[in-house]
Design a protein around this ligand. Structure first.
Ligand SMILES: C[S@@+](CC[C@H](N)C(=O)[O-])C[C@H]1O[C@@H](n2cnc3c(N)ncnc32)[C@H](O)[C@@H]1O
Length: 234
C-alpha cells in the first residue's frame, strides 16, 4: 500500500513546470494523487481499526490493535507439531494472524473468525490463503462446519482469542465461552489475551482450566496471556 510522502525537490520542480506549461492537466494529476493518497490512508489497518472502534466500541474493546510483540508471544504458544486446526477469534486487522503465519502455522490449517463485515473483508484481502469466517464466535460450531476441506469433524487443537471478553455483555459472552469450549479438542489449548492483569479467566466459567499465564508489558495497555485447556479427565 503506498505511503504518503513529501515529494522530493526534483518532483516539485517538474510539477511547477507542468503547472506553467499545462496548468489544467497538472492540476488534474495533482488532484488524482491526493484522492489516491486519501484512499490509501482510509484503507490502512490503523484507520480501519479506529473506524471500527467508533462504530462498535464494545465489540472492539481496545484503543488500538495488539502490539507485534504481544501477537508474537501468542503465536509462540501454538505447538507446530500438532496437526489440528488453529482457529483465531476476533481477527481485527490481522496482527495476530500475521504472527501465527510468521510462526509457521500453515495457512491451510488457519481459520479466522471476525464479526465485522469491514474487518472480515480486510482479512480476506490481506491473507488470501487462509479461511476467514465472517460471523459471531458464539456460532463457532456452525461457522466451522463451513470450512473448506476440513471434512465432517474439524479437530481444533488451538484457539487463539483476541476477543474483548470483558466488554462483551454477559449473555453473549456466555454463548461464546460455551461454543469455544465445545469445539476445542481434548488436549487442545486455548490462548486468550486480556488487559485485566489479575483475576480468573472468563473461560474458566466454561470449565477450562488455566495452565499458565504470562504478562506482556510491551503492549498498550500491558496485557496478560492465559493458556487454558480442558481439565484432565479423572
Ligand atoms: C480487541 S480487537 C482484537 C483484534 C486483533 N486480534 C488484535 O489483537 O489486535 C477484537 C476483535 O474481535 C472482534 N469481535 C468482537 N466480538 C466478536 C464476536 N462475537 N465474534 C467474532 N468477532 C468478534 C471485533 O470485531 C474486533 O475485531
Amino acid at each position: 500500500m503506498p505511503h504518503s510522502r513529501v515529494p522530493p525537490p526534483i518532483e516539485m520542480v517538474a510539477l511547477a513546470r507542468a503547472l506553467a506549461v499545462r496548468p489544467v492537466s497538472a492540476v488534474r494529476k495533482a488532484r488524482a494523487g491526493v484522492v489516491r493518497m486519501r484512499r490509501a490512508v482510509s484503507r490502512s489497518p490503523r484507520s480501519l481499526f479506529l473506524r471500527e472502534l467508533m462504530a462498535q466500541p464494545l465489540a472492539v474493546g481496545a484503543i488500538c490493535a495488539s502490539s507485534p510483540y504481544l501477537a508474537a508471544r501468542m503465536a509462540a504458544l501454538v505447538d507446530l507439531a500438532d496437526e489440528g486446526w488453529v482457529v483465531e477469534l476476533g481477527g481485527g486487522t490481522g496482527v495476530i494472524t500475521a504472527a501465527l503465519l510468521a510462526h509457521g502455522v500453515p495457512a491451510a490449517r488457519l481459520a479466522v473468525v471476525e464479526q465485522s463485515d469491514r474487518l472480515a473483508a480486510h482479512l480476506r484481502q490481506r491473507f488470501p490463503a487462509i479461511q476467514v469466517l465472517h460471523g459471531d464466535a458464539a456460532e463457532l460450531p456452525a461457522l466451522l462446519a463451513r470450512l473448506d476441506g476440513a471434512g465432517a469433524s474439524v479437530r481444533v487443537r488451538h484457539i487463539v482469542s483476541g476477543l474483548p471478553l470483558l466488554s462483551i455483555p454477559a449473555p453473549a459472552r456466555q454463548r461464546i465461552l460455551q461454543a469455544g469450549a465445545q469445539v476445542l479438542a481434548p488436549g487442545g489449548r486455548l490462548l486468550q489475551f486480556t488487559y485485566a492483569l489479575h483475576g480468573p479467566s472468563p473461560w474458566q466459567q466454561a470449565g477450562l482450566v488455566c495452565q499458565r499465564r504470562e504478562r506482556v508489558l510491551a503492549n498498550l495497555p500491558p496485557a496478560r496471556v492465559d493458556v487454558l485447556a480442558h481439565a484432565p479427565s479423572a
